[in-house]
Design a protein around this ligand. Sequence first.
Ligand SMILES: [Zn+2]
Length: 310
Amino acid sequence: MNEKVPPSRSVEKDLGAFSPGASIDRKCPICKSDARLWKSVRSYGIAECEKCFHRFLAEPVASNHVESIYGDDYFFGGGAGYSNYLDQSGLLRGRGTEYARRIKRYRNGPGKLLDVGAAAGFLLEGWIDEGWRGVGVEPNRSMCQHARKRGIDVRCGTVEILDLESDGPWDLISMVQVISHLPEPVESIRNLVRYLAPGGLLLVETWDRMSWFARLCGAGWHEYSPPSVLHWFTPKTLELAATTCGLRPVASGKVLRWLQVGHAKSLLEHAGKESALMRMAHWSVAPLPGGWSVPYPGDDLRWALFQKPN
Ligand SMILES: [Zn+2]
């Protein structure tokens, strides 16, 4: 994602000569156990918890991390972000519709949805197509404006600063590829659970570092992209984060996803700086027109659904 944003580098200096296996001062943000350095990626230390094996950025980030990462450069600057996020509208709207249809198995009829990290509201539009009433939250002002121009209610800011309680309680809160960017994911989930109706659902889509694709790529996996990505979950550590906040697991699965070729090229070119495998993948899509869509071949993206007790 956006590497041009300067993060807090206070700990990087302390890392000095990077030594995998060295203890770090920070505790695991999921289970609060001790952690050790796992690897250095793009000169950032990635730590691994000794107990739950959650991986996270070893160094703290600035308090405005989320707002700074999701600047216009993330949506239009290429790299690990998007060369033009707005080109994704059709694919994302379709994914919103898919999720709304999938959720039918777990609740009776549509309800009120809060989409956290809604960007331009394309996913939200897919949910609305299926009868949901939805509000989005998005820190990037340009994205909020794009959504509002189309009549989609996306509010500019973060969950922490917006008054979402007066519109709630929400029947479903979705976080699609958001949680790995949050400095303190457990605290963020706990905060969101307050807004959920009893029996309400939390939908999380995020990357799985235990997938075969992630393990095959090793440290060159595209999601090892600090400092925009701060956490590398496994299905177990995601479940632990949710159950710590009083939620119960309901269902989970792999996301079958389509990628726009232009976006794939941008991502692979960026990841290819660290990985020969990613460079080969980039060469394989290079001849294809940027406007085409191709099925994403990896098994590393998953969804999980959790429920607040009645
Ligand atoms: Zn842990």
